[in-house]
Design a protein around this ligand. Structure first.
Ligand code: PLP
Length: 385
């Protein structure tokens, strides 16, 4: 009887070679340095300068989404996007329990309440069936849309998230949001370069967001972007994220409580360099995935996550899923890999189990709970090949 820990360790090693291997390192070996130096020499390193606009145009071109507004990080992008989509205090917002804490935090910053939903075993994203079932059991029609009949709160929005870069079932989710008058704000923080039925993630709902944190597929050091196809919402986003200042040569007029969320030019310079390399990053990610697929093919009890049907994933983080009978081995496998210098990590603790969110409404979460015991992210840097 082979040991699953040894099998996994050997398979990863056969792809990544020897030595200490990070989970995900940025690759900054292209034109990035030149752009950053140019930015420093221009002295426009902060809120004014040409790179921010250039970076936004590059994002629009690449994604085919009409408007991109660059901001300081993905969490800030989500906070602003939810506000612009119309989320208000005491609204309920559906989010997957299996996500990074930022998804819930952004909802909470607005005084709204996250309502946790289950995930799909295949896509790892919010399951449309789970949303539908939940709505059938709790939604009550009102003059303005729907409310939660047990809490009395307005059901306002849905935030699907494309886990590790794999698009979730957007068509099905969109049709439910239309039926129940929910706004959709896509947390596409992990899915720059991922397409659903030929269209880039983040452009399906009212708004979407990206993150350019150091561990994402493209980094600006820290950064994020708000995406929307709606010109009016884009202009509100631009205004709100730049302190709601009315453009004027000297006067300081602000017509709302805005945010200082604009991305600094220095970060955007780095981002412009990274965007040139995104196509090559995507092809390297796919090559890495092919190598892992070969290495894991003969190993029983574990599968490598594949892009969903009709999707092209960015394969940001390569992901193993242990079979259910092996879930009790998770800790041991993680420890074996870490001890051997391979940085692997499990999924997030479910948001519904985190202290600040323990009292929030949650649908049954059997799949998310099971996945949380079985997910292992393995080294995924583009530099590995
Ligand atoms: C990275 C990430 C964010 C937040 O992005 P930051 O830029 O780190 O604020 C939000 N949601 C998900 C799912 C993420 O992975």
């Amino acid at each position: 009887m082979r040991d699953i820990g040894t099998d996994i360790l050997d398979a990863i090693r056969s792809v990544v070679g020897r030595g200490d291997i990070a989970l995900h390192e940025p690759s900054l070996t292209g034109i990035e340095k030149q752009f950053v130096i140019d930015c420093i020499e221009s002295t426009f390193v902060s809120s004014v300068g040409e790179y921010v606009g250039k970076f936004e145009r590059l994002l629009e071109e690449f994604t085919g989404i009409r408007h991109a507004i660059a901001v300081v990080n993905g969490t800030a992008a989500l906070h602003a996007a939810l506000r612009i989509a119309g989320v208000e205090r005491d609204d309920e917002v559906f989010i997957p329990a299996l996500s990074f804490v930022a998804t819930a935090n952004a909802v909470r910053y607005l005084g709204a309440v996250p309502h946790f939903l289950d995930s799909n075993e295949k896509t790892l994203g919010l399951d449309p069936e789970a949303l539908k079932d939940r709505l059938c059991s709790i939604a009550e029609k009102t003059s303005y849309g729907y409310r939660n009949r047990t809490t009395g709160r307005r059901l306002r929005a849905l935030v699907p998230m494309h886990t590790y870069g794999h698009p979730c079932e957007l068509d099905e989710l969109l049709s439910i949001t239309r039926e129940y008058k929910l706004k959709m704000v896509e947390d596409a923080a992990e899915s720059l370069g991922s397409f659903y039925k030929g269209k880039h993630t983040g452009g399906f709902g009212e708004m979407g967001i990206l993150s350019f944190n150091g561990n994402k597929i493209v980094t600006t050091g820290g950064g994020g972007a708000i995406l929307t196809n709606d010109a009016e919402m884009a202009s509100v986003a631009r205004h709100l994220t730049t302190t709601a200042k009315i453009a004027h040569s000297w006067s300081f007029e602000h017509d709302k409580v805005g945010y200082n969320y604009r991305m600094p030019n220095l970060n955007a310079a780095l981002g412009c360099g990274q965007m040139q390399r995104l196509p090559s990053f995507l092809s390297m990610k796919k090559d890495l995935k092919r190598k892992y697929a070969e290495a894991f093919e003969a190993i029983d009890g574990v599968r490598l996550v594949e892009q969903p049907a009709d999707c092209s994933s960015n394969y940001w983080l390569q992901t193993l899923i242990l079979s259910a009978p092996l879930s009790h081995q998770l800790e041991r496998v993680l420890k074996m890999c870490c001890d051997a210098g391979l940085r692997v990590r499990p999924s997030w603790t479910l948001l519904s189990e985190l202290k600040p969110y323990a009292g929030c409404p949650a649908a049954p979460l059997p799949v998310a709970q099971s996945l949380a015991q079985r997910i292992i992210n393995i080294p995924s840097s583009v530099g590995l090949l």
